[in-house]
Design a protein around this ligand. Structure first.
Ligand code: ATP
Ligand code: MG
Length: 407
């Protein structure tokens, strides 16, 4: 058997980027031989194994043919006769379809090196269209390598457009889609992911609620960029510049969905968009079976981001309600993430990227004041049950009032 490094490890070494995980392909071997060498099979009918020591993935060289809709609709053919070139041609992009032996000799039948030089994300063959997930993968790689000057080759974008139009994207499972979406959001330029999806028409299919924001105006006084889609992308970009976690990035992407529902006669104002957006945020959350912490934060930020911006003007009772909604007493981290999302929303506006956001510290101070209320003295005064709850609330309100007076 011959063993080659493939995929991202080869690509990133040639780009001079640190390699994190290594994928291997094995030519000329059978499943039995792999098992005899101590490799552990990954799945029942998938010719992929884990190395007994390194845990890295070793796949038998295989060909693939599409046999139906969706991801289940693939037949694999793995056998010792499948050549390296046959395995590489089924891969998504030319820069991902190179292999390297242990002497660093490169096998590059589809000119990945040339495309690395030309900074092009180009499909390997027309079989690209057989797996709609590749639309998301290409958009993700576009986001990852935008800083190096990579763009999607026009013919590849055309194939992506055809895939988006064909309805095949709907056949993707939530799990496969979310894996790509979440990884793309964690790139340095996640807004490029959304832009590429939009350019090929996939955004309209995957997240019509986000797509609908483009072309929707906002008041120029607060939003010099005017367009809500442009604003959303800047907010997302700010969240990446500030290295914020996935929860915050997801909330940034969805925070203004309600503005897509505003009747045009109300433009450029968006009264109550925080409220109208909630059912849309919920729908997107459920479509991709998004992890619970991301779902929750997106809904909370959607509902309360305007409160965040107006923090200094809020009445003590409204501030208290806000803190209660976030359960800041038990979930201080989540409130920090909310504050971060609000700050990104304020900075994701043309020319205002460097503005200060005094609301952040003000909200932190209010939360600290409310959290500072001790329960023990109230217990000692004999409060119990619902009365205790009321007494705690009263004390917290007092603390927030005092805080507001001195802030
Ligand atoms: P990363 O740095 O994100 O891991 P990668 O290119 O190594 O990038 P993987 O998901 O680890 O991406 O996949 C390894 C390789 O397998 C890819 O480089 C590509 O050649 C191939 N591949 C993975 N998924 C697909 C797919 N859906 N269609 C075609 N080829 C794929
Ligand atoms: Mg990899």
């Amino acid at each position: 058997m011959q063993i080659y490094k493939v995929g991202g490890a080869v690509r990133d070494r040639l780009l001079g980027i640190p390699v994190t995980d290594i994928d291997w392909v094995v030519v000329g071997a059978t499943t039995e031989e792999m098992l005899a060498k101590g490799f552990r099979p990954v799945g029942a009918d998938f010719p992929v194994f884990l190395h007994p020591k390194s845990g890295e993935e070793y796949a038998l060289a295989r060909t693939e043919r599409k046999s139906g809709r969706g991801y289940g609709g693939f037949t694999f053919h793995a056998s010792p006769e499948v050549t390296l070139e046959e395995d590489l041609i089924r891969r998504d992009l030319t820069i991902n379809a190179m292999a390297e032996d242990d002497q660093q000799n490169l096998t590059d039948p589809y000119h990945g090196q040339q495309d690395l030089k030309d900074r092009l994300l180009r499909h390997v063959s027309p079989a690209f269209a057989e797996d709609p997930l590749r639309v998301l993968r290409v958009a993700r790689f576009a986001a990852r390598y935008a800083g190096l000057g990579f763009t999607v080759a026009p013919q590849t974008l055309e194939l992506m457009r055809q895939l988006a139009d064909s309805g095949e994207l709907q056949a993707l499972t939530a799990e496969r889609s979310w894996k790509e979406i979440s990884r793309a959001l964690m790139e340095d330029q996640p807004q490029i992911f959304i832009e590429v999806l939009r350019e090929c028409g996939a955004l309209k299919v995957l997240m019509p609620e986000v797509d609908a924001l483009f072309g929707v105006p906002q008041p120029e006084a607060h939003h010099p960029e005017i367009d809500t889609g442009v604003h959303t992308l800047s907010v997302l970009q700010q969240s990446a510049l500030h290295k914020l976690p996935l929860t915050v990035r997801w909330a940034c992407l969805l925070h203004d969905l309600g503005k897509g529902l505003t009747p045009t006669e109300e433009w450029p104002r968006h009264i109550a968009h925080e409220h109208t957006g909630l059912k849309l945020i919920k729908a997107v959350n459920e479509r991709f079976k998004v992890p619970k912490d991301c779902q929750e934060l997106a809904l909370l930020v959607g509902q309360y981001h305007t409160h965040g911006h107006r923090a200094l003007e809020l009445k003590p009772s409204t501030l208290l309600e806000l803190l209660q909604s976030f359960d800041v007493y038990r979930r201080p981290q989540r409130f920090e993430e909310f504050i971060a999302a609000c700050e990104m929303d304020a900075r994701g506006r043309k020319g205002l990227e460097q503005r200060s956001y005094p609301q952040a510290d003000y909200l932190r101070g209010a939360a600290a004041a409310a959290r500072g209320v001790a329960v023990q003295p109230l217990l000692e005064q004999g409060f119990k049950g619902p009365e205790l709850g009321e007494a705690i609330k009263r004390e917290r309100l007092k603390a927030i009032k005092a805080y507001k007076e001195h802030a």
